[in-house]
Design a protein around this ligand. Structure first.
Ligand code: AMP
Length: 304
């Protein structure tokens, strides 16, 4: 089944302890599409400026990302500049320039409106709400957000929570949104405002999926070297939603499997800058990493 994603399509400039990249392909919509398209067809909605190297998006189209909902507008593209110090779990945002996103009003193409899976990737909650008004009863609507929007668009974000089935956030965002230090309490607070599922990502420490009466935990893949953490969260979401869309199964057991697919795609994303590694990964690579995850947590219970 198809996934419709709306999100940022950006030019990122990133500094990590291992190197620097300037004006490379980035954005929540871009990372999500690169990851999800390994599993299922993706329809991307967003906007780029007249300075965007759109030809570099061709590899996404080649993998089954429909770019016909990507608008090209006059003006500068969305640009994000970030830095990671030795704690690779948290990005320090140095600059955010919304560019053409500040005037963007998403128009969902007719052919995209019946997508059964919708992912509202990290972008202005006003745009996320706008998209929901244009789609027809998806099977699952999930969203993401970040500190930038929690600070500047809290009322719109709270409204959005009432319209989504699932939210993915990192631990810092969950605490900031709920104003609760304890993550279980933070997840309960978020669920009480709408979503039936809350996924809290903890970078190299794994991810939790909360429902009203269950908690599932998946480790992060223990990589020997993490090169650039940018996009790990969006790639997690791409693997997670991509797997749900591929299987069309929203049972608890399948959602748990999807969390492992999310963790696997997140682990690939951080091995190189930008979406470079995601574009190289094959289904066989993904399958082999999923098997590694199983080995990572398998143990025999000692019965008395
Ligand atoms: P993450 O998966 O959380 O590492 O997301 C990284 C991506 O988010 C980068 O490629 C940025 O271009 C994008 N990004 C950063 N800030 C924002 C923002 N305020 N709104 C939308 N996207 C953003």
């Amino acid at each position: 089944m198809t996934v419709l994603v709306v999100g940022s399509v950006a030019l990122d400039s990133v500094e990590t302890p291992f190197g620097k990249a300037d004006d490379v392909l980035g954005g929540s919509g871009t990372f999500f599409s690169a990851a999800a398209s390994l599993l299922t067809p993706v329809q991307l909605v967003g906007v780029v400026g007249d300075d965007y190297p759109v030809d570099k998006l061709q590899p996404l189209a080649d993998r089954g990302v429909d770019l016909s909902g990507l608008e090209r507008a006059e003006g500068p593209s969305f640009r994000w500049r970030g830095r990671y110090r030795h704690d690779l779990n948290s990005a320090e945002t140095l600059e955010t320039h919304l560019g053409v996103f500040s005037r963007f009003s998403p128009k969902i193409p007719e052919a995209f409106r019946s997508a059964p899976f919708v992912f509202l990737a990290n972008i202005d909650p006003r745009l996320q709400l706008d998209v929901l008004k244009q789609v027809q009863r998806p099977k699952l609507v999930a969203c993401d957000t970040m500190n930038f929007w929690i600070e500047s668009r809290r009322p719109e974000l709270m409204e959005l929570l009432g319209h989504v089935d699932l939210i993915t956030v990192n631990d810092g965002e969950a605490r900031q949104l709920s104003e609760k230090a304890n993550l279980v309490q933070a997840a309960r607070w978020i669920m009480s405002h709408g979503p039936r599922h809350v996924i809290i990502k903890k970078g190299e420490h794994g991810a939790f999926m909360f429902t009203e009466d269950t908690i599932f935990f998946a480790p992060a893949y223990p990589l020997e070297s993490v090169f650039d953490p940018t996009g790990a969260g969006d790639s997690f979401a791409g693997g997670f939603i991509g797997y749900l869309a591929k299987t069309g199964d929203l049972s608890e057991g399948n959602m748990r499997r999807a969390v492992i697919y999310g963790s696997a795609m997140g682990s690939f994303a951080v091995e190189k800058f930008s979406i470079e590694r995601l574009l190289e990964v094959t289904r066989e690579d993904l399958g082999s990493r999923i098997r590694d995850f199983r080995k990572l947590v398998a143990f025999e219970e000692e019965l008395e």
